[in-house]
Ligand binder design. Sequence first.
Ligand code: WT7
Length: 702
Amino acid sequence: DHLRHVESMATLPSGAGKISHLNAVILGEALASEENDLVFPSEDFSRQALVSSPAQYLELYRKSIEDPARFWSAIASEFYWIQKWGEQVYSENLDVTKGDIKIEWFKGGITNICYNALDRNIEAGNGGKVAIYWEGNELDQDGSLTYSELLEKVCQLANYLKDIGVRKGDAVVIYLPMLMELPIAMLACARIGAVHSVVFAGFSADSLSQRIVDCKPKAVITCNAVRRGSKVIYLKDIVDAALVESAKNGVSVDVCLNYENKSAMKRETTKWTEGRDVWWQDTVPKYPTTCAVEWVDAEDPLFLLYTSGSTGKPKGVLHTTGGYMIYTATTFKYAFDYKPSDIYWCTADCGWITGHSYVTYGPLLNGATVIVFEGAPNYPDAGRCWDIVDKYKVTIFYTAPTLVRSLMRDGDEASNFSGFTCNLCYVTRYSRKSLRVLGSVGEPINPSAWRWFFNVVGDARCPISDTWWQTETGGFMITPLPGAWPQKPGSATFPFFGVLPVIVDEKGTEIEGECSGYLCVKNSWPGAFRTLYGDHERYETTYFKPFPGYYFTGDGCSRDKDGYHWLTGRVDDVINVSGHRIGTAEVESALVSHPQCAEAAVVGVEHEVKGQGIYAFVTLVDGVSYSEELKKSLTLAVRKQIGAFAAPDKIHWAPGLPKTRSGKIMRRILRKIASRQLDELGDTSTLADPSVVDQLIALSDC
Ligand code: WT7
């Protein structure tokens, strides 16, 4: 059965010749048929690549599927284990009808991911290699740490954490911007077996508190403030408020470690709680620069990362140590064709999974040099990214479609402004010669953004790895291997080693060949999440019950005649705004918390830059009238409960919502109204009150 799947891909896509199609993909020009556009890696690129042909990919892929235990243990053996895993390399049950869902990899193996990322690379002679280049918000702020220096910093913090009583298995919440201290904090937790939970520093006090209450950390690590672009954000104030809120809910945190981020805020003006608050710079450097490793089982938890689902309550995605380590390291290596001489920059924040797997763990496990950027990609202007690329001679640049689109647009604005043809000057005034591989993540990349990225940023030289994956999957699942496959702009191409993606129909039946449907995975892979923290039942219900026997991704997907995968977006009540996953229910519950809001329904609409925008239909309580003021205060409620990034792009007044007779909101209709596709409303006869639709349309521009 498994083999059939492999065989179906075992032929080269039709049209694959040796002619380079690069010439055909001229700047900005869309080709007639998307599906047949093949963009080949250059011969030079393929020759030096780790995997240089479809045949070589297929050979490795076949091995990984036929004998996963053997395939993954060979790779795992390249890492350091104080004790090898047991007889059984992995065990899995993905079928709810056969008992509890369970995934285990390398069980019984004893290791430490921090040791493998730092000590192991230092012992291999790379102690003097730069691990992290840090670039601050301002042009003249930077710094770096070699592998040996990074290890010393990690050990000092690890010793401090142990000293305040953090033990193996304890949670630590990290609420930091992109300072070097963020990966340092993650690695320090990993070193002592503590479970980190990084909360993106754009989340509000309410959201932070909700996460603190859920995981009950021994300590919170933050900094006083950060400058992003021209704004200053006072992070410690947010933490203070979150800790007050958490205490009200029965969870008090004894220690709050604060990094003094001097360029944003001086300590003199920072509010302080004696006995709880500690300055990082006053304390941590006093600790020894070596720290014994806490050896853990492969299946001991490494971190918790909260993500949005289709209910208001965020899910604590739990990843364990061994499988995650092997998977992030291997996916990083192959999907970016990593070589030790590379300088790698991923623009994601460590507050999201991309920053966990592909800023911190994956690259450092490979001994790579990574860039950590504190600032905003368009500050001081839209050329900042390419300035950084040239400054550090970045070779691998990994980012999100939303950033590509926004830089594309800024280029155009520059041209309008200056009155002559210079629409690419923000990019072209920089060399970018060092670049050799580009990457994209977070949402499907639309072909025109793909082409701009490929042609303009990469000068039609650099393959793009469009990596499809999720917080839950730990690492890449469907991704090009840049030297192996010809690419199709907008397709994530083929599964990574060891992954068996399938497309199923409504009934959960696998569909073959050219088709579209729901994307599922039919086996386990080492990087898979093992549970939702404290709620294994929700884990099973959300991911394994919709299609028994499979892991359900929540995404739609089609496969073309050549076997390429095209992700089509979420099929559940989750929307993807600038590559950030937001549950419609979370935004709705924030809106409804406003005293003048009676009911709310949120849908995603297409957005030129963000991919999807947040569109909220709001019903007010009786007697309250519509006003711009009220829109502002509703938006503020969302910023306060979730964070600025979840603020609605549009609030649409709704005298009533389209509901079925049983009271279910028909979002299909709301989506059509939101995107002004009024001739596609479909059947409205099952609505309890069909006139609601006309009322809504009438209020579209209010
Ligand atoms: C959802 C996961 C995984 C890192 C960032 C987001 C969408 C992600 C792609 C891609 C099409 C993509 C999916 C997925 N997504 N990457 N390359 N092509 N869609 O992580 O917050 O867990 O969101 O992002 O819809 O389910 P996340």
